[in-house]
Write a protein that binds this ligand. Structure first.
Ligand code: HEM
Ligand SMILES: *[C@@H]1O[C@H](CO)[C@@H](O)[C@H](O)[C@H]1NC(C)=O
Length: 331
């Protein structure tokens, strides 16, 4: 096997002590390789309780079903992939990736929806597509796939359909029976300073590289002109839509960073990663790196998406698998 031959070739035939040591190392490596093989590589998730193989037995068609519904939705609404990845972000940043964002107001049940906070109201979209995905999954494997996992799967599929990287989505999240409006009110704002954005990301264990990589999702999708640095042009209604990436508006690529480098970012919160006085020693070098190397961006983006998807999931017997993503069960 490769490991042991590497050891013997790098050990000159010296005294018996050396040979013994080499043999010992080889055995250790063999033991480690054996342990690694006990888990197929597809389930390895680096310390996360989640696993990419979670539905392999219980709902083997899950990925294909989610993909098919998104494919069909984007025929009439090409913006859908961008809208769906944003839902995963707004879900994960509020009490973890637990589908809390998807719950509608239900005051008798004590549910105050996160959909009405400023970051979501008249802004977060794609909920009917999530309903369609859930309905298709309930048809194929009732009560199995969580709404939180639907958002994680939809995020990866959306990136991939737009020409971005693919990755193995970690799965096994369960759905909350609660919302957290206070935390949703604290979602990152387009008018936050760099320091504030860094704080909000650090609160969920995401660093400067994650901040720069994840904002790279603004390579597709739309923005209402009221949130742009120009704040609309004279007489334009506040909700007028513009492209977040003015160069390749529907493609998932690294052009977003090129826009930043040309002072052409749409959101104030995009441009601060270069313009803030603290940027040169924190985020700016990362913007330059991703702007000049799309492969670097893709690799980091995938790693950061997996990190974001690991924010405080409910697992095991926690939470529930909602039958309808808009309502807790038993209602
Ligand atoms: C750093 C903090 C962030 C801020 C302040 C921010 C802010 C915004 C704002 C203001 C919009 C436009 C909303 C509207 O006009 O209604 C937007 C859109 C979008 N955001 Fe972010 N964002 C951030 C991070 C992220 C992250 C981490 C992702 C995903 C990984 C993401 C993905 C998107 C996408 C794809 C859109 C377009 C959605 C659509 O067309 O429906 N954003 N963001
Ligand atoms: C954008 O312009 C509108 C109308 O002129 C104004 O009411 C609003 O406060 C402005 N927004 C920002 C963030 O400056």
């Amino acid at each position: 096997m490769a490991a042991s031959s590497r050891i013997s070739s790098s050990s000159p035939a010296g005294g018996s002590g050396r040979l013994l040591l080499a043999a010992h190392c080889a055995l250790l490596l063999l033991a480690m390789a054996g342990a690694a093989h006990a888990h197929p590589p597809t389930t390895s998730s680096g310390g996360s309780p989640l696993s990419s193989a979670f539905y392999d037995a219980s709902c083997p068609g899950a990925y294909a079903i989610v993909r098919r519904v998104i494919q069909s939705a984007r025929v009439s609404d090409p913006r859908i992939p961008a809208s769906l990845i944003r839902l995963h972000f707004h879900d994960c940043f509020v009490q973890g990736c637990d589908g809390s964002l998807l719950l509608d107001d239900d005051l008798p049940a004590g549910i105050q929806s996160e959909k009405n906070v400023p970051a979501n109201k008249n802004s977060a979209r794609g909920f009917p597509v999530v309903d369609d995905i859930k309905a298709a999954l309930e048809e194929a494997c009732p009560g199995v796939v969580s709404c939180a996992d639907i958002l994680a799967l939809a995020a990866e599929i959306s990136v991939q359909l737009a020409g971005g990287p693919r990755w193995r989505v970690l799965l096994g999240r369960r759905d909350s029976t609660t919302t957290n409006v206070q935390s949703a009110n604290n979602l990152p704002s387009p008018f936050d300073s760099l320091d504030k954005l860094q704080q909000k990301f650090r609160n969920v264990n995401l660093d400067n590289t994650d901040l720069v990589a994840l904002q790279g999702a603004h390579t597709f999708g739309r923005v209402q002109c009221q949130f742009t640095r120009e704040n609309c042009t004279a007489g334009q209604p506040q909700g007028t839509l513009e492209n977040l990436d003015r160069v390749t508006p529907n493609v998932f690529d690294n052009k977003y960073y090129g826009n930043l480098l040309h002072g052409q970012a749409q959101l104030p919160s995009d441009q601060v990663m270069l313009s803030d006085p603290a940027a040169p020693t924190t985020t700016a070098p990362i913007v330059h790196r991703f702007g000049s190397n799309q492969k670097d961006f893709f690799t980091s983006f995938v790693a950061s998406m997996i990190k974001m998807g690991n924010i405080s999931p409910l697992t095991g017997r926690e939470g529930e698998i909602r039958k309808n993503c808009r309502r807790v069960n038993g209602k």
